[in-house]
Ligand binder design. Structure first.
Ligand SMILES: NC(=O)c1ccc[n+]([C@@H]2O[C@H](COP(=O)([O-])OP(=O)(O)OC[C@H]3O[C@@H](n4cnc5c(N)ncnc54)[C@H](O)[C@@H]3O)[C@@H](O)[C@H]2O)c1
Length: 333
């Protein structure tokens, strides 16, 4: 079977996925839609398909899967419409920008028999796969961790500085790190945090403390205005005289013990779309559509990451420790 794919949102990440999919023999790209016709025209021309004006036009073109690559607050509506139309969905992060939005998608994904996969690409990036493997192989039992995920600015693309479009800074890049925390250490039991509004018109610097059911304790820092001084993303995991470090999506190290040789992974020369995990997540999405495996990042994963972001905002707002899971929202749709 050939998977007929449409792209909604012809910007930076829509293009990355379209270029990956074009190389997959199991995929036929069918159309590209964008509210800005020139954006759709440009990407459609680059990948050799038709530009179309809307999601409905993609449905009419006979797609069986869609990539939702619009800005953050514009995910829930097209995702739900696609699932209801019986179309498999790959959605860029965040799943939603409220717990309620995430709840609706989780329920729709549960009810239907269509694939929903979320774009937490870092899970497939070589450096994080390395860290995860060291943990899964039992070569380190994590006790503590220090996680940092900064941004240089909230100017590029311009909507990243507008909370009405991002849903709030934590829903922009930092949500990747909340998902990574779960991916590496399991579900979070409790969280507390502090934040400042220093440069932008919203809270733009966060320090959170997390305690996991696994017993791991971790700090998570994310600041939006650091310049892009390398490394703006770094994770350190500590075990018994052992450490795993990831730096950006470029390098990772495992120190297996005192005076032992350190193992290193260097991805510096790899193509960007590979070392960032985009190639792998796209391949796994098509596998899932073809029924060869379950989706690699599920609606439950998306709901839990949304819950962590909400818990962090609540901890900051109420200045108190937040226990998870949060009460399920009462949907108002
Ligand atoms: N996983 C990752 O590493 C990663 C990286 C970049 C972006 N993202 C996410 O992908 C999404 C898009 O980000 P981007 O950097 O590609 O942004 P972008 O601004 O480059 O592209 C977004 C595109 O969506 C179009 N658009 C806006 N509203 C629309 C609508 N209602 N219907 C159709 N098209 C619409 C815009 O015209 C634009 O062409 C965001 O949610 C972002 O958080 C994820």
């Amino acid at each position: 079977m050939t998977v007929r794919v449409g792209i909604l949102g012809a910007g930076f990440i829509g293009r990355i996925h379209a270029l990956n999919l074009r190389k997959d023999a199991r995929v036929q790209l069918v159309g590209v839609a964008d509210v800005v016709p020139q954006a759709a025209d440009r990407l459609a021309a680059e990948v050799g398909v038709k530009p179309v004006p809307s999601l409905e036009a993609l449905f009419e073109a006979g797609i069986n899967a869609v990539y939702i690559t619009t800005p953050n607050t514009m995910h829930v509506d097209p995702v739900l419409r696609s699932l209801i139309a019986g179309v498999h969905v790959f959605s860029e992060k965040p799943m939603a920008t409220s717990l309620e939005g995430a709840w609706f998608i989780r329920e729709a994904a549960k009810r239907g028999n269509r694939v929903y996969q979320l774009g937490f690409n870092r899970r497939f990036a070589n450096v994080y796969a390395f860290a995860k493997q060291v943990i899964e192989d039992g070569r380190i039992a994590p006790f503590e961790a220090q996680m940092k995920h900064n941004r240089g600015e909230l100017k590029q693309p311009p909507w990243t500085g507008d909370p009405k479009v991002t849903g709030g800074y934590l829903y922009e890049t930092p949500i990747h790190m909340f998902d990574m925390a779960r991916f590496l250490f399991g579900d979070v039991k409790e969280l507390q945090g502090w934040a400042r509004r220093s440069v932008y018109q919203e809270l733009d610097g966060f320090i959170a403390l997390l305690r996991f059911h696994s017993g791991v304790i971790a700090s998570l820092t994310s600041v939006a205005h650091t310049s892009w001084l390398f490394p703006y993303e770094r994770v350190e995991i500590y075990g018994e005289h052992k450490t795993v470090v990831t730096e950006e999506l470029e390098r990772a190290w495992f120190s297996p013990g005192i005076r032992e040789q350190v193992e290193a992974l260097d991805c510096f020369q790899m193509p960007f779309e590979q070392k960032w995990g985009y190639v792998e997540e796209d391949r796994m999405f098509i596998d899932a559509v073809l029924g060869e495996r379950p989706p690699a990042v599920t609606a439950d994963d998306g709901y839990c990451a949304t819950e962590l972001v909400e818990a962090c905002y609540r901890a900051v707002r109420d200045e108190r420790l937040i226990t998870l899971p949060l009460p399920e929202p009462v949907p108002q749709r």
